[in-house]
Design a protein around this ligand. Structure first.
Ligand code: 0L1
Ligand code: MG
Length: 256
């Protein structure tokens, strides 16, 4: 029987050395959601023990486009560390990843502690700023194929984030047109309304889900609200830009 600690080492090493692994559920069909979040917590603990700093959480599969793209139908979450931050306008090294994809997102900056069952109003009252952002996701599973427990154990595919300038949370982010382009060609179009109808619902889900694991969203934390569109696979040489109407833009260039 493979222990949860061994599985945490497996997914952590896969991310650290950019080496694809088979799905956990292939060999362990009874591996469930609770086991998966336990493996995620243990694997992120390994990162923290190496000196990385916790900076917040990411929400995943918060839009129909994303759920359809990966064939699952539940919202999930993962943990972010400072080692995942990419400089806005800077470069991404393709060889640090297995098969990276990018998705346009909204980022929340938390100003007051938030956890448990909260209303949308309570969630927004805890927000200090909102920003345009992109998440780099990189499933460590071969061929980007997984069942829900696999992806949760793999820290919900978290691998990078690019954050633009934060603006006041008084900006209405409920339905903002979003365009992701690569070398000037439009690749994905959507609206922030794709995030569960309104991005704040993703924050409400984040507060509820982290509390189930004894955690709190803390002042200074970032919450990535989830992909607004399907993810775009990254190719060396691409200049990727996301523009969210009324919120701003973020960009990154893909190098070897
Ligand atoms: O929505 C997301 O951030 C994706 C979470 C995991 C599924 C995937 O890797 O596409
Ligand atoms: Mg995402």
């Amino acid at each position: 029987m493979t222990s949860l600690t061994e599985l945490a080492t497996l997914v952590d090493d896969a991310a650290r050395y950019a080496k694809a692994i088979p799905q956990i559920t292939n060999d362990l069909p009874d591996f469930g959601i609770d086991d998966a979040y336990a493996v995620q917590a243990l694997s992120v603990r390994r990162r923290l023990e190496r000196g990385e700093k916790r900076i917040g959480v990411k929400m995943g599969l918060t839009s129909r486009a994303k759920m359809i793209q990966v064939g699952v139908d539940e919202v999930i979450w993962g943990r972010l560390t400072d080692a995942m931050i990419l400089e806005e306008g800077g470069e991404l090294s393709r060889n640090r990843y297995v098969h990276p994809r990018v998705e346009p997102e909204v980022a929340f900056l938390i100003g007051k502690p938030l956890a448990g069952t909260v209303t949308a109003l309570e969630a927004m009252a805890a927000v200090a700023g909102v920003a345009p952002a992109m998440e780099i996701i990189d499933s460590r599973y071969e061929a980007f194929r997984f069942a829900l427990p696999d992806v949760i154990a793999d820290n919900s595919s978290s691998s990078g984030l690019v954050i633009g300038g934060f603006v006041s949370p008084s900006v209405d982010i409920g339905n903002l047109g979003t365009v992701l382009s690569a070398n000037g060609a439009v690749r994905q179009i959507g609206s922030t309304a794709a995030l569960l109808g309104h991005p704040v619902r993703s924050l409400v889900a984040a507060a509820r889900m982290v509390a189930q694991w004894g955690e709190t969203l803390r002042p200074g934390d970032i919450v990535m609200a989830g992909g607004i569109t399907a993810a775009h696979p990254l190719t060396v040489g691409e200049h990727i830009r996301t523009e969210i109407e009324g919120l701003g833009r973020v960009a990154i260039t893909v190098k070897d």
